[in-house]
Design a protein around this ligand. Structure first.
Ligand code: AMP
Ligand code: MG
Length: 319
């Protein structure tokens, strides 16, 4: 029997019982548990095979819930929350002493956001506790943007994927921390830097490709298909180097019009928003086809194009 269901009351029962439920958000599906249940939180790490040094994002029903979680909110964080929540912006703030160390990997900060999805907002409003939820994929693999992606990963591990359809943004939240009360970008994501800077002015960027103490999740290899994947400026040129191979192509807007390859065009009309929303689903689809190589095209380096390039780079980084 499928574990995908729209039953919010079932999700409430499971989460209250210290069990995990995969939840829909506008970014990607999350693997959620009660923030205050040690059993649930340990289960999140073991199910994902996520290292304990990689902290989790706490999901709240609204900005009012922030005072139960954090010790201090810089003025610019208040402004960003008022502008972008509910939405794909995670903020890393000083935690209060109610937040267990396991959530934050022992750090004195906690990552929080209010997701913009009607089903999960309803769930969070009905629960008496916030939800810790990293993306619902095994550590390092492609993030899930549809209930079926999660079911495939975790059908033997969890009892419910709460069905909220396909994720609208389709790429993880943008993560912003604060140093001396000034915003610092730790992870590019579904909210562009340009949008953030329009509200709070210049933001410095620490989006390291290697392991970084500030944002341990920013590993060089992440979000990766199991098929060898390349990121290039000129796809047609690259294809010539792979004669005789089964090739998959992922391009932004212009088809190569060559039927000898499996090709996915992310947005014929050239919309970065549309391309981001289809990115992971397309990587899942190409990865399923037992190809020898997936060749992806580099995006324009601005707005969401920057975030897409960041994910493609991590998907293609070879060890
Ligand atoms: P995921 O939800 O799987 O996309 O991963 C959550 C991301 O949030 C990871 O990249 C973490 O490194 C980051 N994160 C969570 N808590 C903190 C924190 N306290 N400081 C810095 N980064 C954090
Ligand atoms: Mg993740």
């Amino acid at each position: 029997m499928s574990i995908i269901s729209k039953d919010i009351q079932k999700a409430i029962r499971l989460l209250t019982d210290d069990e995990l439920v995969a939840i829909p958000t506008e970014t990607v599906y999350g693997l959620a548990g009660n923030v205050f249940s040690e059993k649930a939180i340990k289960h999140i790490f073991s199910t994902k095979k996520r290292p304990f040094f990689n902290p989790l994002i706490v999901h709240l029903s609204g900005v009012e819930a922030l005072e139960n979680i954090v010790a201090h909110v810089p003025d610019k964080a208040t402004l960003l929350a008022a502008t972008f929540w509910p939405g794909p912006l995670t903020m890393v703030l000083k935690k209060n002493n109610k937040i267990p160390d396991i959530i934050t990997a022992g750090k004195d900060t906690v990552a929080v956001r209010v997701p913009n999805h009607p089903v999960t907002l309803e769930l969070l409003r009905q629960l008496p506790f916030p939800l810790a939820a990293p993306s619902a994929n095994p550590f390092g693999s492609i993030s899930p943007t549809k209930p079926s992606h999660v079911e495939r990963y975790f059908k033997n591990d969890i009892k419910q994927v709460l069905d909220g359809g396909s994720c609208k943004n389709g790429i993880e939240s943008t993560i912003v921390g604060f140093e001396n009360n000034e915003p610092v970008l730790y992870r590019l994501g579904a909210l562009s830097i340009e949008a953030i800077e329009a509200v709070v002015g210049k933001v410095s960027v620490k989006n390291k490709k290697e392991q970084s103490p500030d944002a341990p999740g920013m590993l060089a290899r992440h979000y990766a298909p199991s098929t060898q994947t390349l990121l290039v400026d000129a796809v047609a040129e690259e294809i010539k180097k792979h004669a005789g191979k089964k090739i998959g192509i992922l391009v932004f807007k212009d088809s190569l019009n060559n039927t000898s390859f499996t090709e996915i065009v992310l947005s014929k009309k050239g919309s970065l928003q549309e391309a981001a929303s289809k990115l992971y689903d397309s990587l899942h689809e190409l990865d399923d086809q037992k190809l020898d190589v997936i060749i992806t095209e580099r995006f324009p380096d601005s707005g969401l194009g920057k975030s897409i390039n960041d994910r493609l780079q991590r998907a293609t980084f070879s060890l």
